[in-house]
Design a protein around this ligand. Structure first.
Ligand code: CTP
Ligand code: MG
Length: 234
């Protein structure tokens, strides 16, 4: 038995935080915007740090990032300035870094967006419980509640889409290191999440029902909403 089969798989997390946050209109990378007293990135990292089964979390920054140390003083976790031009490239940079630090093919990697600052440890626990023995892996997701419309460039409805089998994908998304690396390498920058890349390989990730409160801060008005939710959840 070699070293890779002698031990049970470990759980790592990667937080891609190398984006510029253009849609947020914040004038700075949105992961550093203060929400409820802390940068968004700090909230996301605190939730992951509260999950005992995650052995290490790696933050992926842009090589040009000059803000992290001042924004999160005292951060003692893993950090690498290996971000790329797309989210997928940033995650691939993080996966390579995890390998350099000892992660193996069959270890699990949970990828979580820094922009989802409302993450709760129990949602991560539920994801790990659901995927731990799954052949593919999976993601947090929310069944669509609203009626879905297709719109054209003029802002007029062209169709209504059956919502009954539709889900909104969230993060974390949890896959084995070797699988997600192969999937993202094959799909490249077009992959806006890990699951879509894994689907391209013909596999079906598990949908793990999540909370609508796990919102992704994307637009200017989302900061205030995230702050209200953080301050009132007790
Ligand atoms: N991300 C990254 N590297 C990139 C692009 C995005 O690590 N080249 C990260 C972001 O920092 C964020 C997550 O991927 O934590 C999800 O991306 P998104 O919400 O789209 O953030 P941004 O790309 O920063 O925002 P925008 O698309 O509005 O510019
Ligand atoms: Mg983006």
């Amino acid at each position: 038995m070699n070293a890779s089969t002698a031990r049970s798989p470990r759980c790592y997390a990667i937080v891609p935080a190398a984006g510029v946050g253009e849609r947020s209109g914040a004038g700075q990378p949105k992961q550093y915007v203060t929400v409820a007293g802390q940068p968004m990135l700090a909230h996301a990292l605190a939730a992951l740090a509260a999950v005992p089964r995650i052995v290490q979390t790696l933050v992926v920054l842009s090589p040009a990032d000059e803000r992290f140390e001042a924004a999160l003083p005292g951060y003692a976790g893993w950090l690498a300035r290996v971000g790329g031009a797309s989210r997928a490239e940033s995650v691939l940079g993080g996966l390579a870094e995890l390998r350099r630090r000892g992660a193996l093919d069959d270890d699990w990697v949970l990828v979580h967006d820094a922009a989802r600052c409302l993450l709760q440890p129990e949602w991560v626990e539920a994801l790990i419980d659901a995927c731990d023995h799954d052949a593919v892996g999976g993601l947090l997701a929310q069944p669509v509640a609203d009626t879905l419309k297709v719109g054209d460039a003029a802002g007029r409805v062209t169709a209504t889409v059956d919502r009954r089998d539709k889900w909104v994908a969230q993060t974390p998304q949890m896959f084995r290191l070797a699988l997600v690396e192969r999937a993202l390498t094959a799909m490249g920058a077009a992959a806006t999440d890990e699951a879509s890349a894994v689907e391209r390989l013909g596999l079906s990730p598990r949908l793990v029902k999540a909370s609508v409160a796990n919102l992704k801060v994307t637009w200017p008005e989302d900061f205030a909403l995230a702050e209200r939710l953080l301050l009132t959840r007790g």
